[in-house]
Design a protein around this ligand. Sequence first.
Ligand code: GDP
Length: 451
Amino acid sequence: MTVTLAIVGRPNVGKSTLFNRLVGRRAALVDDAPGVTRDWREGNARLGDLEFRVLDTAGVEEGEAESLVERMRAETERLVQRVDGAIFVIDARAGVTPFDREFARWLRRRGIATVLVVNKAEGDAGQAGVLDAYSLGLGDPIPVSAEHDEGMSDLYDALRPLVDAAQAPEPPPEPESEEARPLQLAVIGRPNVGKSTLINRLIGEERLLTGPEAGITRDAIAIEWRWHGQRVRLIDTAGMRRRAKVEERLEQLSVADALRAIRFAEVVVLVLDAQQMLERQDLAIARLVEEEGRALVLAVNKWDLIEDKEAARRKLRERIEESLPQLHGITAVMLSAKTGRGIERLMPAVLSTDEAWNRRIPTPALNRWLAAAQVQHPPPLVKGRRLRIRYMTQANVRPPTFALFASKPSELPDSYRRYLVNLLRADFDLPGVPIRMMLRGGKNPYAEKKD
Ligand code: GDP
């Protein structure tokens, strides 16, 4: 099946130039049957060994930003029925306009697979626009110059997965609307920490077994239920253990099984036994969750058995500080699955952690914060010169991912990056959420890349 992509964006950003660049002379093959009004062009594109079909949207003429957005949406909406993804083009020289922002938000909400292209990025003049484009939240922007044929290998790298995904035999799942989408939650922990008891307590009679879910593990069970109106799809890994028992295997959650459940989840509840908190296996699971970029909440179960609760709390904090510093400030809910005590605080903690995992921090707020953070604790001197981080923007969510632009990123010590991560986590209230920071360098962050 040939993949079809629509080139979308404001008028004059260079959509047609890019279309011509991709389609080349083959454009001549596009028949414009007389009498047929069509407000887009179609052609067979080739980029390296990638072949796909592209549509060049008509370019609604310039107008009020608001009505322009409306018309673009309407047009794209119509095309979206026939395309597999979008190439969203913005103009590096003009920077990100309110229209671009609005349209990017719409593309994200609509769940359209999008590659963000920053055109006219040749030379220094376009640099600010490229940096700014990170704030659109459509992943790494691809700087190109359609006119000068620059950046095409980066565009190839960005389009490759999109083309591959669309060519995969499995059709993508139906896009679910925002409120209908269930929160994917995994409940993980060592055997006997009380996962089954906790799940029964949480869900009670509402349990609705949906059977084994493809893609998790053959034994994991997905349960759908509603918590205060919010749909939740819960992955019960206790099911895996029960199966293991039957087969008389070691009563352990295998790393591979845990990993699959973690990857399937958005938020992971790691259940601990209050009498043996954060043992080696608990730590291993917590680290996996962090590495996979998922949100984590600790449920400290069997709290009813603890006499000196204050000491236990202190001990837990100490264990986190020494063994899981990357999860500093993580939410730990003390509860008893058996008596039900404290259980009502678990789902609110899950939802607020999910919210943090999805949070988008506006670029101006980040840069004000970055300036203050560098005053409070300046980056080190390297060969007598102070390193400086110039600019920062959030490139992605789930987990929050930030791009930092520094004069010499390779010389910035890891301790400084950790300082920034910890401060950011505290100042923007992101507990239990892995934070990714990518350091980028050079005057033009893409200057070193050659096509
Ligand atoms: P799983 O292997 O993690 O699913 O653990 P289970 O839910 O099967 O529980 C293991 C044992 O711990 C059972 O005997 C439960 O009754 C007990 N248990 C579970 N939660 C609690 C709790 O909050 N307090 C106490 N005292 N016992 C609990």
